[in-house]
Design a protein around this ligand. Structure first.
Ligand code: RTP
Ligand code: MG
Length: 142
């Protein structure tokens, strides 16, 4: 049993499609608890800093434009193997390759507008949580 915290974003397309509730419900059903949650409309600078590892990729400009196009939901999810569990629930980056019933299969529009973000490792989770949340905004239950 490895209790972990991970970072999750409900991206603009899912928010505009009114799928916040469906996505949160799924996390809770799968045993991931919400330890922090807020809405934010990201600035260009904040989104660029978040995706800095992708700054030389051809889709970087498009990704930042999308992530700043409408508000997003920022969350800390906690539970057993939360990092990997969240990635499984989200499915492949490209919805065309995502398994049935994953969040991206259900709610993504395209590889760019793919509904959710989830940290890819514990180290990323720590960096990403610290990038968006003050310590006292996270309410852990373990
Ligand atoms: P995320 O970071 O959002 O959880 O997604 P990921 O690990 O599955 O994908 P990553 O390779 O980290 O890419 C970050 C986000 O960039 C957008 N993307 N667009 N147009 C494209 O070819 C392309 N490739 C990636 C997606 O929004 C992806 O989630
Ligand atoms: Mg990633």
């Amino acid at each position: 049993m490895k209790m972990e915290r991970t970072f999750s974003i409900i991206k603009p397309n899912a928010l505009l499609d009114n799928n916040i509730g469906n996505i949160i419900k799924r996390f809770e059903e799968e045993g991931l608890r919400i330890a922090a949650l807020k809405l934010a409309h990201l600035s260009k600078e904040k989104a660029e800093g978040f995706y800095i590892e992708h700054k030389d990729r051809p889709f970087f400009g498009e990704l930042v434009a999308f992530m700043t196009s409408a508000p997003v939901v920022l969350m800390c999810l906690e539970g057993e193997n939360a990092v990997e569990r969240n990635r499984e629930i989200m499915g492949a980056t490209n919805p065309a390759e995502a398994a049935e019933n994953t969040l991206r299969k259900l709610y993504a529009k395209s590889i760019g507008e793919n509904a959710v973000h989830g940290s890819d490792s514990l180290a990323s989770a720590e960096r990403e949580l610290a990038y968006f949340f003050e310590k006292d905004e996270i309410c852990p239950r373990f």
